[in-house]
Design a protein around this ligand. Structure first.
Ligand SMILES: Cc1cc2nc3c(=O)[nH]c(=O)nc-3n(C[C@H](O)[C@H](O)[C@H](O)COP(=O)(O)OP(=O)(O)OC[C@H]3O[C@@H](n4cnc5c(N)ncnc54)[C@H](O)[C@@H]3O)c2cc1C
Length: 437
């Protein structure tokens, strides 16, 4: 019989990815008693699974989105030597992004959680909520010492996959609605590469090299475009190329199989880079991800669904909680197609509404990050890490308002949340749109 712990908290944050980090730090700073449970041994989520992946879309209108994302990158940039920098993206339609030292960023995120007084439980998995009519009464979770129960006033689901929300009865769709989910990716970096020679090539996707590798049977057929980006440190290259299709990211067996297949393809690709692309001759593979990064699984039903039309119209919602100008980054859903079409045009941006993070019925649950309520087109844009962090920040803020006023999440005044986020330094909200810098 496992030992059972009984805990209480103001807020339980499920999942320590960028969204969970944002939610937990914010709720902690607002004086709440917060537990953050994270199933893996690190915070960061996809950021930890794909080490070195840049923080994209943090500069709509060339202006920082503000809030925790900007605070974190400023803190890293101010270090000696700097541990982060704003740089242009070498791929088409992506704006500037933040490159950073992965280990120092992770350390700093842990420090910010500590400073906010958050009780972080790693290697800890939330299993199921126990409902009390329209509220989550308790949540069962486990770690290696056994099973435990927590009674939170509020649950913020930042798990990427939304297991707890789904079990609490929140309706959802999978992937594009027909069950096709974007491909998963195992990433790695090449060290001791020669940037000047590699990025002298006119094609940012190295298609001519890839075609030769595929034709000769040395690369998998899905590697028609090689996503190679300059890493944070000189002569390091981040390789976001190996995509495995048809994987259900909610199924751990599928994810483990995809990771093993990914290891094979990454090794093959690293050998190909060394032998075929000028500038990689003396480089070596490092920072192979511990597991594949999962882009898309459940999309929860919220009070509002963000749509592709909202993005095309550059909609600024009255309850907008963060600005975004990411392209439509669609990665191998039903076919081997990859797109990153600009949805909003130069200098334009849209905002993500708070209502897309609030369920219709459950009164003490919110969700943030890639489980946002969005249609498949909008999802392909809204899911960047800076936006996920800000969604977490918004739900942490709304949680504090709900708890302090004894309100259901559906009754929280969005104007109050937006005003609080503005006071926390998030830019471009309410009646203060971003100006092109
Ligand atoms: C390959 C790839 C490339 C990408 N490229 C970029 C890019 O260049 N720039 C960019 O900004 N964004 C990029 N993205 C998108 C971005 O990384 C994700 O959308 C974002 O990180 C999602 O954050 P999240 O916090 O919502 O979820 P996740 O990062 O998925 O975090 C969820 C966390 O919850 C934990 N968890 C799950 N279930 C439970 C449970 N039951 N109990 C406890 N813990 C649980 C998981 O272990 C995980 O740590 C990319 C994504 C992928 C996969």
């Amino acid at each position: 019989m496992n030992e059972t712990d009984r805990l209480t908290a103001d807020v339980l944050v499920v999942g320590g990815g960028t969204a969970g980090f944002g939610a937990a730090v914010t709720a902690g700073r607002l004086g709440l008693d917060v537990y953050l449970v994270e199933a893996s041994n690190k915070i960061g989520g996809v950021m930890a699974f794909c080490p070195g992946m840049p923080w994209g879309a943090a500069y709509p209108c060339n202006t920082p989105i503000g809030g925790l994302m900007t605070e974190l990158s400023d803190r890293l940039s101010a270090m000696h030597p700097p541990a982060a920098a704003k740089r242009p993206c070498t791929l088409e339609n992506f704006g500037p992004e933040i490159q950073y030292d992965h280990d120092i960023a992770t350390l700093t995120m842990f420090e910010m959680l500590e400073e906010a007084g958050v009780d972080v439980r790693l290697n800890t998995t939330a299993v199921a909520p126990v409902m009390d009519v329209n509220r989550i009464g308790t949540v069962d979770f486990f770690d290696r010492s056994g099973s435990h129960v927590i009674t939170p006033k509020m649950v913020i689901d930042c798990s990427g996959d939304g297991d707890i929300s789904a079990k609490a009865g929140v309706p959802y769709t999978l992937g594009d609605g027909a069950g096709n989910m974007m491909g998963v990716t195992l990433s790695f970096q090449m060290f001791d590469a020669n940037w000047d020679r590699i990025f002298a090539d006119a094609d940012p996707y190295f298609r001519r090299f890839a075609a030769k590798g595929i034709a000769e049977g040395r690369l998998h057929g899905d590697l028609a475009q090689l996503y190679l980006m300059k890493g944070f440190y000189k002569d390091t290259v981040f390789c976001n190329s190996v995509v495995i299709r048809g994987v259900d990211g909610t199924n751990p067996v599928d994810v483990a199989r995809a990771t093993q297949e990914g290891r094979r393809r990454c090794h093959q690709l690293a050998q190909f880079l060394r032998s075929d692309i000028p500038g990689f001759e003396n480089s070596r593979m490092t920072y192979l991800g511990p597991t594949v990064g999962v882009r898309e699984t459940r999309k929860l039903e919220g009070a509002y669904k963000v749509t592709g039309e909202d993005l095309a119209r550059a909609t600024k919602f009255p309850d907008g909680i963060v600005c975004c100008d990411n392209p439509i980054d669609d990665v191998m859903r039903a076919s081997s197609e990859m797109t990153h079409d600009a949805m909003v045009h130069d200098g334009a941006y849209y905002t993500i509404p708070l209502r897309s993070l609030v369920p219709k019925v459950v009164e003490n649950l919110m969700f943030a990050g890639r489980i946002i309520c969005a249609d498949p087109v909008a999802f392909a844009s809204v899911r960047g890490m800076p936006q996920c962090m800000a969604m977490g920040q918004a739900t942490g803020t709304a949680a504090a308002i709900a708890i302090h006023n004894g309100l259901a999440v559906q009754d929280v005044n969005p104007d109050e949340v937006v005003a609080a986020l503005q006071a926390q330094g998030i830019n471009g909200l309410g009646k203060e749109p971003l100006q092109n810098e």
